[in-house]
Write a protein that binds this ligand. Structure first.
Ligand code: ADP
Ligand code: MG
Length: 700
């Protein structure tokens, strides 16, 4: 087995426990995965400072000296572990407030150490609090000097010694054992030369263990370019592949069901934007080419109806359609909406998710295969091989950013000709960027909300003002309105979050006691029937306050709900806050969104809340969101998911993206199928990567 494919538990010094954590926390399964865990910044440890010369306002310093004392000092209230480090120029105190036993055991008075930290003043004297400290004699210490990477890690990993330093040690070990020939070049020489990129092997070594700043930057540039270039080659190749397919289906007839629905079933007038988008889609499906359209529209702009009417165009022409949503709740909601809107029309709609099982599932699958079922609504269960269509003509994908290109491709393969594709997203991305990222998608925008909506008033308050908030809620309820109170539950298994929610629920019941008030609660741990029941009570207006987790992010439409209170608002991302706010402001009366936060806020959190207060423009919010999220923030990059890049950041590296796209185009123009020997390495690399992605899309 290649060293790169070796499972992480078999790397020397890792072992089963840490391996488990690496898998769970960072999705690192193999040596290759580990090498792709890139640092998010570097610290310069090429120089040593003399203690006497430590500048007063320095960031970090590296010292080399002898530890001459070590012991606990101070009384019960302010105990600390204190050591004195001495070099040829002077002395400085090293201070720890915890981990006394461990540190005392690890250090020996009289030995020489390399110490790194940020000096601070205490009672007019410089000291170093919780410095990094390494024996100066060990061979690893030699390597650890220099220009050093800082890696993202997590609390759980840190507890097992895998903080940034621990990860760095592991990385150095792996780089030592890794045979150079295993890291094959994947960029064609012509590209490397033109863009002056260092070889791949060098880049991987340098990003983790650079001799200096210059090499680190070269490595970053090379790996970013590689990532963007490969993504562009894949996207553009899909386009080539599709062009070669016979042309797209033509939906010639516009008659029966579409007209009946439009004239007799539709309860409102379509907005001008909705009509425009429907015209654009209509042109596509008449053109004889396969449609690939991205539909962007803010929360509540009415994308569903556009999707439905597009599906009716297909049905009128004897084709089947499917609509894929990212979550089960969302799929169910679409299913309910669509079946109720189509009631009385000769269109058969079915739901396919992982919880539709047994006979019912078999029956539906059969109906799809014979063509008896016209519309299938579902989750990614629709991609499974068992789901076969008679003649799939149109695929609608809702909330596109949660699906990858590979998953889209899997759906295309479900029919002889590629079906038309309509992708919908409420996370708008700038038009030019969309074209570059999806390469082959045309973009439609619904830039107008249905009439009769009043803008939502948004306020940010601190926890300490909760009593005033309760007064406001009481007032709204007196006017007959309903209220959502949302708690974060990032991971539905988090006990602490659940406790938080239940305490909040009880506090609200105390403020709003029965029988005058009725308060409901909704979270992911409840049984589906109970959830449904609670939701129904709220829809009917039987409960005035619904305390819940973000499950209502994609919940039912309740126009009478006019207040959205978001607790611990600082813990939510911008796009999620925007989605949540989209739950209110659906009726004609004035709605409110109250963001409640703790008193201590990071500057990022402040900016997020401020953005929410200042604007309701989804485009602006999405753009701010993208700019605020850096590649170093693991949680952020994972959530934004739109572009699963590991090192590149399309908001900051837009210029490089354009270059990479040009390079990809140039290659494919000469050699669309990458058949030339000089492109073989590139072709092989993409093929093996795609194989992995497919496997992944099946299990996820
Ligand atoms: P989203 O774009 O967020 O998916 P939906 O399609 O769920 O939005 O639409 C939000 C709400 O607006 C739904 O209740 C829908 O019935 C309603 N709606 C859509 N289009 C119109 C319209 N033209 N006039 C009035 N209401 C509309
Ligand atoms: Mg929607």
């Amino acid at each position: 087995m290649a060293y790169l494919d070796r499972p992480i538990e078999y790397v020397k010094g890792v072992g089963p426990q840490r391996a488990d954590l690496l898998k769970k926390e960072l999705q690192i399964f193999t040596v290759a995965d580990l090498l792709q865990h890139y640092p998010f910044r570097y610290v310069d440890r090429t120089r040593f400072t003399l203690i006497r010369d430590i500048p007063a306002d320095t960031q970090y310093v590296q010292l080399r000296g002898r530890l001459i004392t070590l012991g606990e000092v101070g009384g019960a209230s302010g105990k600390r572990l204190s050591g004195i480090l001495q070099d040829s120029s002077g002395m400085i105190e090293l201070v720890w407030f915890k981990g006394f036993r461990w540190i005392t055991r690890a250090l020996s008075v009289g030995d020489e150490y390399i110490v790194f930290g940020k000096p601070s003043y205490f009672q007019n004297r410089l000291n170093l609090v919780h410095p990094e400290i390494e024996p100066a004699s060990t061979p690893i210490a030699e390597k650890m000097q220099g220009f050093q990477p800082v890696y993202p890690s997590t609390e759980k990993l840190k507890a097992k010694g895998l903080d940034s330093k621990g990860i760095m040690r592991m990385m150095l070990k792996v780089l030592e054992d890794l045979p150079a020939y295993e890291i094959k070049e994947n960029l064609p020489d012509e590209v490397r030369k033109q863009y002056r990129l260092i070889p791949r092997y060098e880049a991987i070594r340098y990003i983790h263990h650079p001799p200096g700043e210059k090499e680190a930057n070269e490595a970053i540039r090379r790996l970013k370019f590689e990532e963007l270039f490969l993504s562009q080659v894949s996207i553009l190749q899909l386009k080539v592949g599709r062009r070669q397919h016979a042309s797209g289906y033509i939906f010639q007839n516009i008659s029966n069901v579409f007209n009946q629905f439009y004239h007799q079933h539709l309860k409102f007038e379509l907005t001008a934007a909705q009509k425009r988008v429907l015209r654009e889609i209509r042109q596509d499906v008449l053109s004889g080419k396969q449609m690939n359209r991205l539909l962007q529209g803010d929360v509540g702009s009415g994308k569903t109806i556009v999707a439905l009417m597009s599906m009716l165009m297909a049905v009128d022409n004897g084709y089947q359609c499917c609509m894929m949503a990212p979550t089960e709740i969302l799929a169910q909601q679409h299913y309910r909406n669509i079946t109720s809107m189509l009631a009385g029309l000769p269109v058969k709609t079915e739901l396919i998710t992982s919880s539709v099982k047994g006979k019912a599932r078999k029956f539906i699958l059969q109906g799809l295969q014979t063509g008896e079922v016209h519309i299938a609504v579902g989750t990614h269960a629709l991609i499974e091989e068992a789901v076969q269509f008679d003649n799939l003509g149109l695929v609608v994908i809702d909330e596109q950013h949660r699906f990858g290109v590979a998953q889209r491709a899997a759906l295309w393969e479900k029919s002889e000709h590629p079906p038309h594709i309509l992708v919908m997203t409420a996370t708008p991305i700038p038009r030019t960027l969309a074209m570059t990222l999806y390469g082959d998608l045309d973009v439609s925008v619904i830039d107008e909300l249905p009439p009769g909506r009043t803008p939502v008033i948004t306020r940010h308050i601190y926890e300490s003002r909760r009593l005033a908030l309760f007064g406001f809620l009481r007032d709204q309820i007196r006017q007959g309105r309903q209220v959502y109170v949302v708690y974060p539950l990032i991971d539905e298994s988090e006990k602490l979050d659940l406790k938080n929610l239940m305490e909040g629920y009880e506090a609200i019941i105390r403020q709003f006691p029965p029988p005058a008030y009725s308060v409901g609660v909704l979270h992911g741990r409840m049984k589906p029937e109970d959830k449904e029941l609670e939701m129904q009570r709220f829809v009917k207006g039987e409960t005035q306050i619904m305390v819940s987790t973000t499950v209502i992010e994609v919940g039912v439409d309740v126009p009478n709900a006019t207040v959205m209170v978001i607790e611990n608002a600082e813990r939510f991302g911008l796009s999620q806050l925007h989605q949540l706010r989209g739950r209110v402001g659906r009726g004609a009366s004035q709605s409110y969104c109250i963001l409640v936060s703790g008193n201590k806020l990071s500057s990022e959190a402040k900016k997020r809340l401020q953005t929410m207060v200042e604007t309701q423009d989804g485009f602006l919010i999405a753009e701010t969101d993208m700019h605020m999220r850096g590649p170093g923030d693991i949680e952020g990059t994972r959530q934004s998911g739109i572009m699963n890049f590991r090192i590149a950041d399309i908001t900051k590296d837009a210029a490089m993206l354009t270059e990479a796209r040009k390079a990809a185009q140039a290659i494919l123009e000469i050699d669309p199928h990458l058949l030339l020997p000089r492109h073989a390495a590139l072709k092989n690399f993409l093929a093996s990567r795609q194989q992995k992605a497919r496997k992944w899309s099946k299990i996820s």
